[in-house]
Design a protein around this ligand. Structure first.
Ligand code: LMR
Length: 388
């Protein structure tokens, strides 16, 4: 029966991890998958995470099931970070998920369950977005969001697409630190988006995967908070992979902002039911770590400080890259003002392959670079190789 299957291509982004590992050249540079690296090329465990793990090791006395909704204290503390006090908490349904991808999948399943058929995605987007939504049975509709040669967000195109969407359609928005472009939506633009979304009766699904890596922990959710203050119903998929460095622990949550406590209760029961038929219950360890950090003022302070040093390192690399590249591609001066781990370079796939084969510089075929993968000492050399 397995004969009925055909070989599926490897995920091109994740395949880069293996290709890079196999490369034995000493000067190789990994600008592929989105993980933070420090100046030594290492992806560190946050000090606060290590301390939380120690405490959990000493105090945790059971591994009995938690339940399909996960750790509700984690969910509550995480919401404080994301939403602050913008909404009445009794109108909020939150469920812990296996990472941000698990949250996106649960959101897509929920949209299907409530009769939604279509989701709008600005292009380019994270390459797994459309795949996740399609796997859940949603139709995806794309519109151009970012112009690579000029490095500009196509805000008017986005607004026209939203104006043309039908009531009940879902629309995917990146909270900030846009993956893959780094393109920034201003506060004023968020207000315009929120107005159109509310007026057209659309359901926003906001992907928040890089809180703290753009302008700062609070600053990175300003747009999102405007949105939930204006639009009656919103879904928010949160990933703790980058913000807490918990990549492999698969830690995240899906939140639904609803209009009443009874609606929140119904949504929560649907999310729990969908989780139960998919993975039953989310893994506990990462959520227990985040709960421990966010429940302790000292650990939370230390985590914020370390996150801020990461943000500043990325921002510094952005400035140097922009400075070095703008004489060859003037538009790339924009990299300095972009946010988060990624920027999208105007490279053809042949250029990407040449950089990989001749120089050991790894990035996906799209030309997306993980800025956080660069060490300061490498920037000059990488700029030279990009220019030639
Ligand atoms: C990325 O875009 O590199 C990250 O979000 C990792 C992933 O799962 O693709």
């Amino acid at each position: 029966m397995f004969d009925a299957l055909t070989r599926q291509p490897d995920d091109p982004l994740l395949a880069l991890i293996g290709l890079y590992r196999k490369d034995e050249r000493p000067g190789k540079v990994d600008l592929g998958v989105g993980v933070y690296r420090d100046e030594t090329g290492h992806t560190p465990i946050f000090r606060a995470v290590k301390e939380a793990e120690k405490r959990l090791h000493e105090t945790q006395d059971s591994k009995a099931y938690v339940g399909p909704e996960g750790d509700l204290v984690f969910v509550d503390r995480l919401w404080t970070l994301v939403g602050g006090d913008t909404i009445n908490r009794s109108h909020l349904a939150g469920v812990q998920t296996p990472g941000g991808s698990g949250a996106l999948r649960l959101a897509a399943d929920l949209i299907r369950q409530m009769g939604g058929k279509r989701i709008w995605i600005g292009l380019p987007s994270w390459m797994n977005h459309a795949s996740i939504f399609k796997a859940a049975g949603l139709e995806t509709a794309g519109y151009p969001f970012f112009d690579v040669p000029s490095q500009t967000v196509l805000f008017d195109t986005m607004m026209s697409a939203l104006q043309g969407a039908s009531a009940g359609d879902a629309v995917l928005l990146h909270a900030g630190c846009h993956n893959p472009t780094g393109g920034v939506i201003s506060e004023a633009q968020w207000l315009e988006i929120a107005a159109v979304v509310a007026e057209r009766g659309l359901l926003p699904l906001v992907d928040l995967a890089y809180q703290g890596f753009g302008r700062g922990l609070e600053e990175d959710v300003v747009g999102l908070r405007h949105l939930i203050g204006i639009v009656p119903e919103t879904l928010i998929a949160v990933s703790c992979s980058k913000s807490f460095g918990l990549y492999r622990e698969r830690t995240g949550a899906i939140f639904a902002v609803t209009t009443s406590s009874s609606s929140a209760d119904t949504v929560r029961s649907n999310l729990a039911g969908l989780a139960r038929t998919s993975y039953s219950m989310p893994p506990d360890h990462g959520a227990a770590i985040v709960r421990t950090i966010l429940s302790d003022a000292d650990l939370a302070r230390d985590w914020k400080e370390e996150l801020e040093t990461m943000r500043l390192r990325i921002s510094g690399i952005r400035q140097s890259l922009a400075e070095g590249l703008r004489d060859r591609w003037q538009a790339l001066g924009a990299i300095a003002a972009q946010e988060g781990m990624f920027s999208l370079l105007p490279l053809a796939e042949a250029d990407v392959m040449r950089l990989r084969n001749e120089h050991g510089i790894y990035m996906p075929g799209s030309g997306r670079i993980n800025i956080a993968g660069l060490k300061t000492a490498e920037v000059g050399d990488v700029i030279d190789k990009l220019k030639n």
